[in-house]
Every structure is written in C-alpha cells, then in structure tokens.
Design a protein around this ligand. Structure first.
Ligand SMILES: NC(=O)c1ccc[n+]([C@@H]2O[C@H](COP(=O)([O-])OP(=O)(O)OC[C@H]3O[C@@H](n4cnc5c(N)ncnc54)[C@H](O)[C@@H]3O)[C@@H](O)[C@H]2O)c1
Length: 375
C-alpha cells in the first residue's frame, strides 16, 4: 500500500507485548484497529483542547462506527502545565463517578502529545491497579518516543516526571497525517529524538537523516513513515531487552538529557522545548566524548551540522550558564561524585560513562556558549 508503513511490535522481556500501527490516515479506522486488538468496553478519552478540536470528530466517528461508546472526555489545557497530580486526580475522580458502583469495562484512550500520553498512562496504571489503555500519539516526539515503552507519570514541584510508573499500553496508533497540523517548532523538536536513535544505535540511519531531514520537515509521507518506523523499531528493541531501565540498555536513550534537563530547569521550562534543550545537551555530551578522546572531532561536527540544519539551537546563552551548571550540580548523582552520562564512541555507538571529571563537563558546556542576550 503506497502510503502505509508497516507496524512494529514491542515484545516485552517477561512475555506479552503490543503493536505500534504507523500509517498515514489510520485515525479513520481507529475503532476497527481496537476491535482487531480485542479491546473491550467503553472509552474514557484524555486529550488536550488543541488536539481534540482538530481530531475529536474523526476519532469519535471511527469509534462509534465500530460500536464503541465514549463514556467520558477529559480535555486538558495544552502544555506541560497540565501534567500534574491535580489532573491525575481529576481523571481518577471522573472514572470513579462513571462507574458508580457498577462494574463495566472501561479502557483509556490518550489522544495527543507526550503530555497527554504520560498523564493518561499513569491514570490507567493507577485506577483499579491498572486498566487497559491505548496511545494515539499526535506529535512527532510522541510517535517516535514517549508513546512507546510504558514510561508514564506526572510532574511534581520537586521535579519533572517525579511521580509515575512503568505501565505498558495495549496498542499504539500513530497516524502520520496528524503531523500536518503540528507547528514546525514542535516538528523540529521531535526530530531530536529521531537523531538520538541514529546516534546511539544506527550509523546508517544517521546518514539517512543527514540526506533526508528536509523531506521530513516537508512532511513527505514516505520519509516520515521511514523515520517513525525505524525509531519505533529501535525503541521497541531496547524496551524489549530492558523494560524498566535496570540493565543499562534503556539508559542510552537518555543521551543529551542530563545537560538538556539542566538547561530546561535553568530557563524555567519556558524558553526551550524539551527537544531543543536535548539538542544542545546532545552536543555537550558529544563534546564531552571528544574531550575524553572517545569520539573524533569530525563526527562531532557532523552531529552539529545536522542539528543546525534541522533548525535546532546548538548553543547555551552565556547569561544562563551558571544556572545550568548549578542545576547539574543539584543532581543527586552528580553531588555524590558518581555522575553518569551517556557518551558516544562513534555515531551509532553509545555507552554509559561514570565519574567524569566535572571540569571536563564544564568545558563541554563552555564550548557551546552563545554571547547573544537572552530574549
Ligand atoms: N514517557 C516517555 O518515555 C517520554 C519520553 C519523552 C518525552 N516525554 C514527555 O513528553 C512531553 C512532551 O511531549 P510533546 O512534545 O508531545 O508535548 P505536548 O504533548 O505538550 O504537545 C506539544 C503541543 O503540540 C500540540 N499538538 C499535539 N499534537 C498536535 C497536532 N497533531 N496538531 C497540532 N497541535 C498538536 C499540543 O496541543 C501542545 O500544545 C513531556 O512532558 C516529556 O516529559 C515522555
């Protein structure tokens, strides 16, 4: 089929698993996909105002046509601000009042980006110690990363993603066509996680991205399908071997995230998207690898050129450097002197390195300073 990429399967280490359906336009047959996967009961929908406004009608029509009832819709304000315990509590209260003592089967359906998926997954994990849920990711980041692998949760004033659980969905349905309405900044940010997949696992995929990222940004169906499918295959393979990040394999997916999280925290989570902060973080991690003589400078340059070409930031504003450094030092692991970073041995090959001399990390940060004033 011309515009259809094949599904990817996640096989979990202790048995079971689930398909990730990746197609252009598959929202229209969502109900049918649920039937095929033997999903029973009525749907509790979690989405955000933007996404539901764009796709709610199509989702509802498809479910109704397949004989599913929609029991409740909880539509959130878009953005990270909704990803908190208050939203989680509201969803649980609605679930409890829906049931009203009667026993009927309910499944949760998350339609949206990583925010909706993370909260909804955690609600599904918590209610009655776990009800089935389906991810319908609508951002590139959610399609290639957050909807796959069962990391669910919410933020707490004490930290991002501090409260949560590992809980796997029954099905993931990624309709590539939904990316047409995503703004370009979000698209570029999602591409960082795709570049990360190439960097940690697959040098030829990285080369493919160097040659094809303009086609992704132009939303060419075939290229989009190729990069989402490859990213999901790699993530599925990693989750299949290390579901709960206990064996140091899933940890590799955190490339660029320690520097990135510090940059997000230092700028109050408002200046950068997650992906943009991870782009800068990835360059800092790559330069740390250069300083430790693990990675040739030429390969660092290829990474920088690709991220720059995509249109991502590659510098840290000088005005926030001290705050970034302080945020990194607040990391518990860092203070105990047993810091742990994902570094690169080559494009396509990453490994975890511990106890890096803080002066090297600081140098890596300082190489990426931008003198422009913070806007
Ligand atoms: N669970 C995991 O493994 C994992 C991995 C990476 C990131 N995350 C989490 O994911 C979250 C970020 O996810 P995100 O980048 O998808 O952000 P998001 O969910 O906030 O979505 C970004 C914006 O895009 C809008 N949007 C979504 N789909 C759209 C569409 N098709 N058309 C138009 N607008 C659309 C949303 O309304 C929102 O304003 C963070 O909370 C992060 O912690 C989780």
């Amino acid at each position: 089929m011309k515009d259809e990429a094949k599904s990817v399967h996640v096989s979990l280490p202790h048995g079971g698993g689930y398909p990730i359906v990746i197609e252009w336009g598959c929202l229209e047959r969502l109900g049918d996909l649920f039937r095929r996967r033997s999903i029973e009961g009525g749907a509790f929908v979690l989405s955000d105002r933007t996404v539901w406004g764009l796709y709610g009608g199509a989702v509802e029509r498809s479910l109704t046509a397949a004989g599913y009832g929609i029991l409740e819709r909880l539509i959130l304000e878009p953005g990270e601000g909704s990803k908190d315990l208050a939203t989680w509590r509201t969803a649980l209260d609605r679930l409890v009042s829906l049931e009203d003592g009667a026993t009927r089967s309910i499944f949760l359906m998350n339609v949206g980006g990583g925010v909706v998926g993370d909260i909804g997954g955690f609600v599904a994990a918590s209610y009655r110690r776990g009800i089935p849920f389906v991810q319908v990711p609508t951002t590139l980041l959610a399609q290639v990363d957050s909807s796959v692998g069962g990391k669910t949760g919410v933020n707490h004033p004490g930290g991002k993603n501090l409260i949560g659980a590992f809980y796997q969905p029954r099905l993931v349905v990624a309709d590539l066509r939904t990316l047409k309405t995503l703004d370009t900044r979000q698209l570029r940010s999602g591409l960082v996680e795709v570049v990360k997949i190439g960097l940690i696992r697959d040098a030829s995929f990285f080369s493919y991205l160097e040659g094809n990222f303009p086609r992704v940004l132009a939303l060419e169906e075939g290229t989009l399908g190729e990069i989402v499918r490859t990213s999901c295959e790699v993530k599925a393979e990693i989750v299949g071997r290390d579901e709960k990040e206990e064996r140091g394999i899933r940890t590799l997916l955190n490339l660029g995230h320690t520097f990135g999280h510090a940059l997000e925290a230092a700028t109050g989570y408002t200046r950068y998207t997650h992906g943009e902060a991870v782009a800068v973080g990835t360059l800092c991690a790559a330069w740390t690898s250069v300083l430790l003589e693990m990675l040739p400078v030429r390969q660092y340059e290829r990474i920088r050129l690709l991220l720059e070409g995509i249109g991502l930031p590659t510098k840290v504003p000088r005005a926030v450097t001290e705050r970034v450094w302080e945020a990194m030092k607040r990391d518990k692991k860092f203070i105990r002197g047993r810091n742990r970073f994902v570094l690169l041995e080559a494009i396509g090959k990453a490994r975890v390195v511990e106890d890096i001399d803080p002066s090297i990390l600081k140098q890596a940060l300082e190489v990426h300073l931008d003198e422009a004033p913070v806007s």
